[in-house]
Write a protein that binds this ligand. Structure first.
Ligand code: OGA
Ligand code: NI
Length: 361
């Protein structure tokens, strides 16, 4: 058992240098200097082709099929394929009540509409990953993402730091609470079926989802150079499993597959799930932590909320091998040590995972 000290340490695993608020920058767009713009221009943005014609192939998993004895086997096979071949899937019939989804969407939109001074009451403080600000700024000369965010540690509840939880709009805290609880349940359910796809006992995965970080992202439009900036640079998630809800219907998320970028079309009835680095390690590479990025629209803002599910702070993730012949491709890593490494580096594709890969393969 980790106790509350463990949970408090979670959010202190890294820090981000303060940089300009992008929403405010856009609001004052006339005054952008060449230097300011330069920091957001991504040189490698066109390095790989974008294939919108493949958007329709992104796997869809129907949770009600997983929960019904007649259809479970076929749906588990689909889930195994989605984890192994895509590292990403959309979940429909996820069972989260409509009012919970509507509530969180509404309140996040309202929060980002508040005046900057009000939002800044929840600003990130040095040495903490929570709060309102920008993520993964580790040096003064790195490229910056075209987004602002609000990050909160949500589970286990005793690890929360309420000083970061907005009290405006007045329903915000309740909406986050309800959404967070529902997602914990969904993550646990998915866990049971992911265990099935790996042919292991569900108990082996039961402790992999005990903590939850939430990140609410605001991606402002960029009128002058939308095709040159990114809302989120290419990265894989350091989590075990990430569950993402797109708050409005503006397209932006792209996932990496066979060397290309595939845009994911928002569908209002789905949650998006991706395999994180820790599940890649646990599955000994059978499941791939998918690289993804967020592009920016010229005229419309985009909002999303990601829920990162992670194991106990003091836990260790080691590959589960299917057979005695299977070669171990990753070493066992401490959850804390991996998280530190992940947050210390500017996100560069899947670089953090190299640390866990055994050499010579
Ligand atoms: C993330 C992420 C994608 C999005 O929060 O790690 O990849 O669509 N978000 O906001
Ligand atoms: Ni991500």
């Amino acid at each position: 058992a980790s106790g509350s000290a463990g949970e408090i340490r979670w959010s202190k695993l890294g820090t981000s240098l303060p940089v300009a608020n992008v929403q405010a920058l856009v609001a004052s767009a006339g005054e952008l200097t060449a230097d300011q713009i330069e920091r957001y221009v991504q040189p490698d943005i066109d390095a790989h082709t974008v294939l919108p014609e493949h958007s329709g192939e992104v796997p869809v998993i129907d949770l009600s099929n997983l929960l019904s004895p007649e259809s479970v086997e076929a749906e588990v096979a689909k889930l195994r394929f989605a984890c192994a071949e895509w590292g990403f899937f959309q979940v429909v019939n996820h069972g989260i009540p409509d009012d919970v989804i509507t509530g969180i969407k509404h309140d996040i939109q309202k929060f980002f509409q508040l005046p900057l001074e009000v939002k800044n009451a929840y600003a990130q403080r040095p040495g903490d990953l929570q709060g309102y600000g920008q993520a993964f700024v580790v040096s003064d000369d790195q490229k910056l993402d075209w987004s602002d965010l609000l990050a909160l540690f949500a589970q286990p509840t005793q690890g929360r730091d309420m000083s970061y939880w907005p009290s405006q709009p007045h329903t915000f805290r309740n909406s986050v609470e309800d959404y967070s609880m529902e997602l914990m349940k969904l993550a646990q359910t998915l866990n049971v079926f992911i265990a099935k796809t790996l042919d292991v006992a569900p108990e082996l995965l039961a402790d992999k989802h005990v903590a939850q970080f939430l990140r609410m992202s605001y991606y402002p439009p960029c009128t002058s150079m939308p095709e040159k900036v990114l809302g989120f640079s290419p990265h894989s998630d350091g989590s075990f499993l990430t569950i993402l809800l797109e708050i409005n219907s503006v397209q932006g998320l792209q996932i990496r597959r066979s060397g290309a970028w595939i845009p994911v079309k928002p569908r209002h009835d789905a949650l998006l799930v991706n395999v994180g680095d820790l599940l890649e390690i646990l599955s000994n590479g059978k499941y791939k932590s998918i690289e993804h990025r967020v592009t920016i629209n010229a005229h419309k803002e985009r909002l999303s909320i990601s829920a990162f599910h992670v194991p106990n702070y003091g836990g260790i993730i080691s590959p589960i091998l299917g057979t005695i012949e299977e070669k171990m491709l990753y070493k066992a890593v401490g959850v804390e040590e991996y998280a530190r490494l992940y947050f210390a580096n500017k996100l560069e594709g899947k670089k953090a995972l190299d640390y866990a890969k055994l050499s010579g393969i």
